[in-house]
Design a protein around this ligand. Structure first.
Ligand SMILES: [Zn+2]
Length: 431
């Protein structure tokens, strides 16, 4: 049977109170709105259930007493929410404990553990970048499970065929889990429109104007929602919810695996998308006399500081991420040639960060993959550029390296679980 998912026009942040009313849009797997209703909030048990499920998901499990206290819920409301989530097969009650799951002491009588139901729903997530393709299945409470490497589409491959093969592997992974699927998300290196998953351009695959989310959703009608997004946006979500971006009000993320540099801005945890294609940070010009970028301009950040640029390679022969690692190792060991090359690229990175900081005024900037290595090996160059060029505030915002392992898949998990966390009844059969 084909299920329907839904989304709300407002996203509640952890701990935020429900108020006013929200418009609920019922959507089919192709993300086309078919029914719109407006329902009044708060609806105590549903609102509390969503907040409780989000808390169990973020913590991986905690005692009922601790959850009740952290969400500031009346005990009766918490009890109703727990009963609802257990009935929906989303959480289960573990043995009573005094200890919080995170190790913190909880006073008072032992309280049952609330933890994700091991037979509860999963999401299936994927990542396609210039050198790797992989997918994973994850349940509530966790980051992505074991990764499975899958064949990388070759440059110029037929997108429909490549995405159809990816969909078949995603379906197989869900079937092997033996659990219901709440959603799917695929992070792709390239310019991807956030509103509908249209791949405007994925240079490493030679794909242009590919409706990737639409193709995948048509291949996977049994999954309530299938999204395709920019890999940097998912990495930002992972760092914001589980890593170096926790607590940031406005988070700027730059990510680079080897070829290309992606960017994302999250404001209060919500992606800034513009009309869908915002924050193409890899194409901020840092050196107008620099090398030609595949986008047509000269001296873009990504042709000045991505892994391929560091190795002095070409699009036809991009080199290997292992060679980049070796270059950073040599620079860290003080080898002058390597240090000079890394230092020059780090300056370009600092210059781009300063421009972006002036535009978005983030309170934290997170660098992942190759870019995190610059921060480890040549932090001075980055900070000098920031100090010289950030004019939007008295002090440049903090720059930190990402801490989430596999941030794109982890962020895709967070994204794919979003509708279920907002509406725990998502997978329930209509009455
Ligand atoms: Zn460019």
């Amino acid at each position: 049977m084909r299920r329907e998912g839904w989304e709300t026009s407002e996203t509640l942040l952890p701990g935020e109170r429900l108020a006013g009313s929200v418009t609920t849009s019922y959507v089919r797997p192709m993300n086309k709105v078919v029914v719109q209703t407006t329902s009044a909030y708060p609806q105590p048990s549903e609102g509390a259930a969503a907040r409780l499920l989000d808390l169990v998901h973020r913590t991986g499990g905690l005692t009922r007493a601790e959850a009740t206290a952290r969400l500031d819920l009346p005990r009766s409301t918490a009890g109703e929410a727990v009963a609802e989530l257990v009935e929906l097969g989303l959480i289960e009650l573990g043995p009573a404990a005094r200890q919080a799951a995170g190790g913190g002491a909880v006073r008072g009588r032992p309280s049952p553990l609330l933890r994700p139901d091991p037979a509860g729903p999963v999401v299936v997530v994927g990542r396609l970048d210039s050198s790797e393709a992989e997918l994973s299945v994850a349940g509530l409470g966790g980051t992505a499970g074991p990764r499975r490497r899958i064949p990388l589409p070759s440059p110029g491959s037929d997108p429909r065929r490549a995405l159809s093969a990816l969909a078949a592997r995603m379906r197989q992974a869900v079937e092997e889990s033996g659990r219901p699927c709440a959603g799917a998300a695929v992070g792709l290196a390239g310019m991807v429109r956030a509103t509908d998953g249209l791949v405007h351009s994925a240079l490493h695959l030679n794909w242009t104007a590919v409706p990737a989310a639409e193709i995948l959703a048509a291949e996977l009608p049994e999954i309530p929602r299938v999204d395709v997004g920019k890999d940097a946006s998912f990495a930002a979500l992972a760092e914001h919810r589980r890593g170096a971006g926790r607590g940031a009000r406005t988070l700027l993320m730059l990510a680079c695996e080897h070829i290309g540099i992606g960017g994302a801005v999250l404001q209060q945890g919500v992606s800034f998308t513009g009309a869908g294609n915002a924050v193409e940070a890899g194409h901020v010009v840092v050196d107008p006399a620099g090398p030609r970028c595949p986008c047509g301009m000269r001296g873009c950040l990504e042709v000045s500081a991505d892994g391929r640029a560091l190795l002095g390679r070409t699009p036809a022969d991009p080199g290997d991420p292992a060679e980049v690692k070796e270059l950073f190792r040599r620079a860290a060991a003080g080898e002058p040639g390597a240090a000079e090359r890394i230092g020059a690229a780090a300056r370009c990175l600092g210059r781009a960060l300063a421009s972006l900081a002036n535009l978005f005024d983030p309170d934290r900037m997170v660098l992942s993959g190759v870019l995190g290595e610059y921060l480890r090996v040549a932090p001075g160059r980055i900070h000098e550029e920031l100090a010289a060029s950030v004019v939007a505030r008295a002090q440049a915002p903090a720059v930190v390296a990402g801490t989430v392992a596999g941030p794109v898949l982890s962020g895709a998990v967070e994204h794919a679980f979003g509708p279920l966390l907002a509406c725990p009844r998502l997978l329930a059969e209509p009455a």
